[in-house]
Design a protein around this ligand. Structure first.
Ligand SMILES: NC(=O)c1ccc[n+]([C@@H]2O[C@H](COP(=O)([O-])OP(=O)(O)OC[C@H]3O[C@@H](n4cnc5c(N)ncnc54)[C@H](OP(=O)(O)O)[C@@H]3O)[C@@H](O)[C@H]2O)c1
Length: 165
C-alpha cells in the first residue's frame, strides 16, 4: 500500500494562493520541496497545473480534471477522479498531492502524511488550506527558519503523520 502525502505551504491564516499564484518567494521552502518529493510522482488539480508557479515531477504527473479532452504540451497524464489518479500510481511507494485548495479539501482525510510549511505572517488570498484537526496529526519534525536577506518572512518546515484511531 502506498503512502499518500500532502505537501503545501500556507500562511498563519491558511492562505495558499492568490490569483492562482503563490504569495511569497522563500528559497528554503523550494529546496525542502525538492528534497522531500525527490523521485516521487505528483497529483495536482488542473487549476494549479495551469499556474505560472506549477511544480512538476521528473517522474509522473497526474492532473485532475473533469474534462475528457484535456491536453497539454507538458508530459502529463490526466485523471477524472481522485480514485482514478491513485489507481494510475498504485505501484508507487509514496505519492505527493500538491493541491490546490479544492484538491486538498478532498484528500486531507485520506492522507497519511502532511508536509506543511507555515509562513509566519498573515496574507490576503483567495485559496486556503483546509482547517486542520490537529488531534488527528502528530508533529514528527519541525525546522524553523528565521527571516533573512533571502526570506522576507520566518517559516517552519513541519511534518505530520496521521494518527489512525
Ligand atoms: N501554497 C501551496 O502549497 C499551493 C499549492 C498548490 C496550489 N496552490 C494555490 O491554490 C490555488 C488553486 O487551487 P484551486 O482550489 O483553485 O484549484 P485546484 O485544486 O488546483 O484545481 C481544481 C480543479 O481540479 C479539478 N478537480 C477537482 N476535483 C476533482 C476530482 N475529484 N476529479 C477530477 N478533477 C477534479 C477540476 O478541474 P476542471 O475544472 O478542469 O474539471 C477543478 O477545477 C492557486 O492559488 C494556487 O497558487 C498553493
Amino acid at each position: 500500500m502506498h503512502k499518500i502525502s500532502l505537501i503545501a505551504a500556507m500562511s498563519e491564516n491558511n492562505v495558499i494562493g492568490i490569483d492562482n499564484k503563490l504569495v511569497w518567494n522563500l528559497p528554503v521552502d523550494w529546496e525542502n520541496f525538492r528534497n522531500v518529493t525527490k523521485n516521487s510522482s505528483f497529483i495536482m488539480g488542473r487549476v494549479s497545473f495551469e499556474s505560472e508557479h506549477k511544480l512538476l515531477s521528473e517522474k509522473r504527473n497526474i492532473i485532475l480534471t473533469k474534462r475528457k479532452d484535456y491536453t497539454s504540451d507538458e508530459n502529463i497524464e490526466t485523471a477524472n477522479s481522485i480514485e482514478e489518479a491513485l489507481k494510475l500510481l498504485k505501484e508507487e511507494e509514496e505519492i505527493f498531492i500538491l493541491g490546490g485548495q479544492n484538491i486538498f479539501e478532498q484528500t486531507i482525510e485520506i492522507a497519511d502524511y502532511l508536509y506543511l510549511t507555515i509562513v509566519h505572517h498573515s496574507f490576503k488570498g483567495d485559496a486556503f488550506f483546509p482547517k486542520i484537526n490537529f488531534d488527528s496529526w502528530e508533529l514528527t519534525k519541525s525546522v524553523k527558519h528565521e527571516k533573512d536577506d533571502k526570506h522576507a518572512y520566518s517559516l517552519s518546515l513541519n511534518e505530520y503523520k496521521k494518527i489512525r484511531k
